[in-house]
Design a protein around this ligand. Sequence first.
Ligand code: BES
Ligand code: ZN
Ligand code: ZN
Length: 470
Amino acid sequence: MEFIYDGTNQQVPEVVFVFSGDNVFSHLPKRKYNEKQQVTWLYHEQVASQKIIISLGEKSALTMEEIRRAAGNVARSLKEHETTAVQVTLERLYSVLNEPHEVIQAWIEGTMLGGYAFDCFQSEKSKILVEQYYIIGDPIENVEAVIKDTLNKTKSICIARDLANLPANHLTPQIFVKKITSLFETTKVEVNVVEGDEIDKQQLVGLRHVGQGGKHAPAMVELTFRPNKNKPHIALVGKGITFDMGGMSLKNARDLSDARFDMGGAAAVIGTLHYLATTEKDVNVSAFIMIAENVPDANAYLPSTVIEYPNGISVEVANTDAEGRLVLADGLIRSAQVEPDEVINICTLTGSVGIALGMDMAGTWSTGDIAKSLQDIGNENGDFVWEMPLVYDYKRYLKSDYADLHNIGSVHEGGATVAALFLESFAPKSIPWAHIDMAATIQSREERGYLVKGATGYGVRLLSDYILTK
Ligand code: BES
Ligand code: ZN
Ligand code: ZN
């Protein structure tokens, strides 16, 4: 599939925008204009004369996110119709938003993400998504570079989606490590895998305990991409639990297939580095991916276990299902050794964050102002995130009777904030730190805009754009 920026109208079907109150197709019922994100086909015996109408709602309320969503909805409709070539004129949107480059970027992003399908295990493959997508308009400076960069970005987001969608038997910790290694083989990202005895030697005690019940051994993968060491050095830590059965504190539910998404934070970090490296961005990033499976077994770690971390903190494991914070603690301790200017961890950490914020945004907590910047960036790029308070008083809920910390809170309320406070205890001292809990945004349960059922690729845009502000 290719996007072609061109000045002349093509003899192919055309995507047309309408705003509420427009009167371009007077024979269409009014509701078609007023219902936001509605796709309507105007068929014609000449295929090239077909119009695909997409309603954008009130012109005054238009945002980049609406454009991304519209593009996604149109993309799936084009697939259903097996359209091979299509054209769209975005100029009308440039004049509303005054940002031609961003409008083009939003349209391409929405198209590629909305047209994504995870069909490698299905006999009936998803239909092709358009071969030539013409964007018609007057010449714009650097448009080719914008198109190329956006396609790279959506590719990296789709890599994160693919990884997260993979089921337990196709993404064991070892397969995960192999996939990461081969993904970065042709890039300037250095990959270092810590596994086997090295896990104990490097005192990755959380990872060792969480992973010891699994048939597949745990690992930590370090990714380094530091083309410009003069830029602020950002350390990322990602939770990569390939399957979260809860361990001995077994989860119970009818269908636990979603437990495969528990490496969504790791996928976000991998997608971010992939994008930054394949587009040769001038950044300074180190990343730590904490990989294990959390399953019950005779060798599995038991509730009551005390884990003694090398920073001197001991943790009573009251519930083996609160495993994410145990492996992230290792990653946070390890991150201090590379002396970063900031540390950000991202993870599918708690069910509570979804109770607090719903499915459309992640939660973020930080020391300093990282969380605020993340929220602003998410508002622009669609990886929505809301700043939550680090209520230090709630640390009392993490008290243990016989260790320094309990790995779960003693009360049910505020579970996402209590988890954040647990992590904060392990964050490198006096280095700004942020935590992103994307447990609710890792997956979409519906086809909507540029989201399809399954992994969302959440976090790639958020982390990339954040790092690019540095
Ligand atoms: N991976 C889960 C969190 C999760 C829940 C992600 C739902 C996506 C959807 C995490 O390891 C977990 O099990 N957390 C527990 C913590 C509890 C035992 C304190 C939770 O949130 O229920
Ligand atoms: Zn768990
Ligand atoms: Zn988990």
